[in-house]
Design a binder for this molecule. Structure first.
Ligand code: AKB
Length: 332
């Protein structure tokens, strides 16, 4: 009689002591490699399964398990979850804003069907699911400054529409089936380690490569297009914080996160200050300008700070310094 609760207690202790087994989809994208390394450092290499439909480099393959995973194939995903005893999924597979406008069918397929598959998997196998959203979920009628979590959301891009769908469906599964869905609305993410893939904020990475290579850059966004941004380390720390936050701490399931904001002209000015007075920038806005024009200039993120400790530390000048330091040797 007395031993049963003890066994239950021991089982609970064992269950909470064991590190989670995490599957990362789209792990070869801009955020995936850093996120996989961070998860492996924390939970052990063998507990983090990286996946993508692309071939990893020898280095990416050498740090732990890597599997082919097409998010459009529910059964194949399910086999990975079962074979590896997955507890948590970080779902990075997505077609970004510019790529989605170039290929709407692909954007709809990956962002809607792919998400539906991991969400159903989370429901069937009791998984925690973190799937990032974006400032691109806002639209032309959203207030542009200090945009709050709850506001008008009528995006006019495939990316934005699919991400609003993702947020609402995730919340629905949370309410209806108790799926542990979590999401954060990323600003533009800046990283020296992996290239961005088809976004409207890609200019803020491309500009550093061009500055070091040619000392000049042609921006596809206009000089004064202010957008929210974050350095990748802040982004990964925040993503880990939300992923690991106790359920009780979360008062909502989708959170804005904002670190800093700048325009192409301001970024160019800081590059001139830190790198070379002669750095030249020209502006030739293309179709991505129309996308950026519908996004916030700044986002309010108090709920993320309050509920799970979002606290970015890198500002514009820090980002410029780090990017120049990291990429400098590549072009020396
Ligand atoms: C994009 O530009 O599409 C992304 C994003 C802000 O989600 N970087």
């Amino acid at each position: 009689r007395t031993s049963l609760p003890r066994i239950a207690l021991a089982r609970r202790l064992y269950a909470t002591a064991r590190p989670p087994r995490v599957l990362v989809t789209g792990s070869l994208g801009q955020l995936g490699t850093t996120m996989v390394n961070t998860l492996r450092a924390k939970f052990g290499s063998e507990n983090v399964v990286a996946s993508d439909i692309k071939k990893p480099s020898m280095e990416q393959r050498s740090t732990g398990p890597f599997v082919y995973a097409d998010v459009l194939n529910y059964r194949a995903l399910e086999q990975i979850v079962v074979d590896y005893g997955i507890d948590w999924v970080v779902h990075f597979s997505a077609v970004l804003s510019a790529a989605g406008e170039r290929n709407p069918a692909l954007g709809l397929n990956v962002n809607i069907t792919g998400f539906q598959n991991v969400l159903d998997l989370a429901k069937a196998h009791n998984l925690r699911l973190l799937s990032p959203s974006t400032m691109g979920a806002f639209g032309p009628t959203t207030p542009k400054d200090a945009t709050p979590d709850l506001t008008i959301m009528r995006p006019n891009t495939i990316y934005g529409i699919t991400k609003v769908h993702m947020e609402l469906l995730g919340e629905y599964y949370r309410e209806k089936y108790n799926v542990d869905f979590r999401s954060l609305r990323y600003p533009g993410i800046i990283s020296a380690d992996s290239p961005p893939g088809g976004g409207t904020t890609d200019y803020a990475v491309d500009i550093f490569h061009a500055a070091l290579k040619h000392n000049s850059y042609e921006s596809f966004l206009a000089a004064d297009t202010r957008l929210p941004m974050a350095y990748i380390d802040d982004c990964i720390v925040g993503t880990m914080q939300l992923l690991e936050a106790p359920q009780e701490a979360l008062t909502q399931r989708v959170y804005n996160v904002h670190a800093c904001d700048f325009s192409p002209a301001e970024l160019a000015m800081e590059i001139r200050r830190q790198h070379s007075d002669a750095f030249a920038i020209a502006y030739r806005p293309d179709f991505r300008q129309a996308i950026a024009d519908t996004w916030p200039r700044t986002m309010a993120d108090e709920p993320a700070r309050r509920d799970w400790g979002w606290n970015p530390v890198f500002g514009t000048a820090d980002i410029v310094r780090i990017m120049l330091d990291k990429l400098g040797p590549v072009y020396a």
